[in-house]
Design a protein around this ligand. Structure first.
Ligand SMILES: Cc1cc2nc3c(=O)[nH]c(=O)nc-3n(C[C@H](O)[C@H](O)[C@H](O)COP(=O)(O)O)c2cc1C
Length: 124
């Protein structure tokens, strides 16, 4: 049994990304411990590029916001699933803000073994 963290990058609750993530979670829950965090429920400030995370405890961002909760979940997770709507050929701005906060800790602080990407587009 692995610990799976699904980060939902759509602010639209009940939208396509949310539904896809829930469906993925339903399947994964048969064999794994699954947690879902949606950007609709958290507030994460954009990365300022200060690089203070390199010297911070746990390589965490020095800005204090809901990223603390996401860092805690990531520190327990074996698998990270990023679910996002396609916005102009990229991920949503809210999810990008979270991803940018992983710049240093992804390499140095977490024990993630697998990464999956769930993308929802209208036309791609
Ligand atoms: C700002 C914005 C940009 C988008 N850019 C793209 C795009 O580049 N390619 C695409 O296929 N769909 C694009 N879409 C459509 C969304 O990816 C699509 O509607 C998606 O299902 C929305 O996810 P949601 O239901 O979770 O909100 C865009 C939508 C928005 C609001």
């Amino acid at each position: 049994m692995s610990k799976v963290l699904i980060l939902v990058g759509s602010a639209r609750k009940g939208g396509n990304t949310d539904l896809l993530a829930q469906s993925f979670a339903q399947g994964a829950q048969a064999h794994h411990d699954v947690e879902i965090i949606s950007v609709a429920d958290v507030s994460v400030k954009p990365c300022t590029g200060c690089n203070a995370c390199a010297a911070a405890p746990g390589c965490r961002c020095v800005q204090r916001d809901d990223m603390d909760k996401i860092y805690d979940s990531l520190s327990r997770a074996d698998v990270l699933v990023l679910a996002s709507p396609v916005y102009f050929y990229g991920v949503s701005a809210q999810l990008k803000a979270v991803i940018d906060h992983l710049h240093t800790p992804l390499r140095n602080a977490f024990k993630l073994k697998k990464l999956a990407l769930l993308l929802v587009g209208e036309a791609i």
